[in-house]
Design a protein around this ligand. Structure first.
Ligand SMILES: [Mg+2]
Length: 166
């Protein structure tokens, strides 16, 4: 079960404690797109997400979007936020996170993963021994394959929260 366990549960990206994590040595974040930055297949970025990105950048934190979605979709949002990106990332495979490490030029202990899915974002990050942060999905509207994984998450997440290790 521990391979599915995020290091931190938050409601939204804007609740991530940037100062605290920076003090702990985090220098960069790899951020999922669908239902983490925007609703699934939406191009609308909430102002609070914009502000969070701006703040992270001003603190010298490196950011990269990594999504399993296609290039056109990911590029468009990356442009709005002026961030580097990786599309068709293939999370939870390690290769995705290795690519991000080279894009951001930081090491494994300096990168944290932000995402809304246990079986792609958290599992992938944990396989690489990265710091992992699970956000609550922005919307319940999503890809069919994802909806099936959600059923499994509904079983796993309450268990993980109940047995949270501090
Ligand atoms: Mg997602």
């Amino acid at each position: 079960m521990n391979i599915l366990r995020p290091d931190l549960f938050v409601d939204s990206i804007k609740d991530i404690p940037l100062e605290k994590l920076q003090q702990q040595g985090i220098k960069g974040f790899v951020i999922d797109l669908d239902n983490t930055i925007t609703a699934w297949n939406s191009y609308e970025v909430a102002e609070e997400v914009m502000d969070w990105v701006k703040k992270a950048k001003s603190m010298g934190i490196a950011l990269c979007i990594a999504s399993n979605n296609h290039e056109k979709r990911v590029m468009k949002v990356a442009k709005i936020l002026d961030l580097p990106f990786l599309s068709n990332a293939g999370k939870p495979r390690r290769k995705a996170f290795k690519k991000v490490l080279s894009i951001l030029d930081i090491s494994v202990d300096e990168l944290a993963v932000i995402g809304d899915q246990i079986f792609t974002d958290v599992l992938g990050g944990n396989r690489m021994e990265l710091y992992t942060i699970l956000v609550v999905p922005i919307s319940s509207h999503e890809f069919f394959g994802t909806r099936i994984m959600r059923r499994m998450e509904r079983i796993v997440i309450p268990y993980l929260q109940k047995h949270e290790v501090k």
